[in-house]
Write a protein that binds this ligand. Structure first.
Ligand SMILES: *Cc1c(COP(=O)(O)O)cnc(C)c1O
Length: 369
């Protein structure tokens, strides 16, 4: 064969896949390892979610509802928006991709921060768009530099708020000034994958930002069932956006982009207020506990509004990551993000957090600092 691979595809560096936990255990000779690396909900899905999924299993011979009717209606009720302002996706990754598909032509530009969620630049590359990547400033989105990077080719701006991997947020006043500086024909995407964990006072008012679009850029909010709601394995996320934007996304999305089990599980998770609240409470406790312990070990945890902590461990992050693996605790080294002395730790169950701190104390003792 003779493949003609477009240049914007041949130049993509594939995302290195992580090893399955079983594989790591074999390689490092450990058992009962714990994974605090992917910002997941450490609890198994609730009874309500498991029941909804198992009841739907007998219907797998049918296609899913391509309109996600029940999930969209439940979300609209809960959030006080219109169903026409919601687009559900195969994870919020899918919505990110649909936004780029719908609005970015080859050669047009998309702005994002570094470091931030990797999917933004990846989707833009795949579609032949141009990434304008603006370095973060003191662990926060540099909104002035981002506004200055906008030109007539800019179509989208992706801002994860809170940011992954720093955990930092955009102060509401700064957001408001920024939105007044962005031209009307640009779409500002606020990725709120961790919005559930934010203190209420920091959360932008989606309802008013969706509707008051007169004279300013459209804002799209991305949310997901992968973090606080704990079903990343099923892939379901959604965007809240002005109806005109939603109409475009419905045109480009796959007709059955959200599978049947994902839809019923998300509806059930949304209705399970008790599990949700427990998750938020135990996450806050976990953040307190881990941050306190980390400070005692001479590390510097950054303030976070999420279920994870970026922490400067004052030693080689890759070496610490490796040492922790031998203790059966999987964390994330931030070297590939440009922070060679930082790791990112997701909050686990209480006993997992305890084990993590014990392992850290031991491993940090072996490091050159
Ligand atoms: C985890 C995460 C998502 C969620 O992606 P899904 O496709 O919904 O699983 C989106 N954005 C950020 C910044 C994240 O960290």
């Amino acid at each position: 064969m003779k493949l003609k691979i477009p240049r914007h595809i041949s130049t993509i560096v594939p995302y290195p896949p992580g090893k399955p936990q079983d594989e790591l255990e074999r390689e490092y000779g450990v058992r009962n390892s714990i994974k605090l690396a992917s910002n997941e909900n450490p609890r198994s899905p609730s009874e309500a979610v498991l029941r909804a999924v198992s009841e739907a299993l007998t219907k797998l011979n049918r296609y899913p509802d391509g309109s996600c009717f029940y999930l969209t209606t439940s979300l609209a009720d809960k959030l006080g928006v219109s169903p026409s302002e919601i687009v559900v996706g195969n994870g919020s990754d899918d919505i990110i991709d649909c936004l780029v598909k719908a609005f970015v032509n080859e050669g047009e530009e998309v702005i994002s921060s570094h470091p931030s969620f990797l999917m933004y630049t990846k989707c833009v590359q795949v579609r032949g768009g141009i990434n304008r990547v603006v370095p973060m400033k003191e662990m926060h989105h540099d909104l002035d530099a981002i506004a200055a990077a906008v030109n007539e080719h800019t179509r989208l701006i992706f801002l994860d708020n809170p940011n992954n991997p720093t955990g930092s947020i955009i102060p509401l006043v700064d957001l408001s000034v920024f939105l007044s500086n962005v031209p009307e024909d640009v779409i500002v995407v606020l990725d709120e994958a961790y919005a559930d964990f934010m203190d209420d006072e920091y959360r932008p008012d989606a309802g008013s930002l969706l509707r008051n679009t007169k004279g300013r850029a459209a804002v799209v909010f991305l949310r997901t069932f992968s973090k606080a709601y704990g079903i990343p394995g099923l892939r379901v996320g959604y965007g809240l956006m002005p109806e005109e934007v939603a109409v475009c996304l419905h045109k480009v999305r796959q007709p059955f982009n959200v599978n049947m089990l994902a839809q019923v599980a998300a509806v059930a998770a949304l209705g399970d207020e008790t599990s949700y609240q427990q998750m938020l409470d135990s996450t806050r406790e976990g953040i307190e506990y881990l941050s306190g312990g980390l400070r005692k070990f001479g590390c510097v945890p950054y303030p976070t509004q999420t279920n994870f902590i970026l922490v400067d461990v004052k030693c080689d992050a890759d070496k610490l990551y490796d040492a922790m693996l031998y203790e059966g605790v999987i964390i994330r080294s931030m070297t590939s993000y440009g922070f060679s002395s930082c790791v990112r730790i997701s909050v686990g169950l209480e006993e997992e957090n305890i084990r993590c701190l014990n392992a850290l104390e031991k491993c940090l003792g072996m490091m050159e600092r």
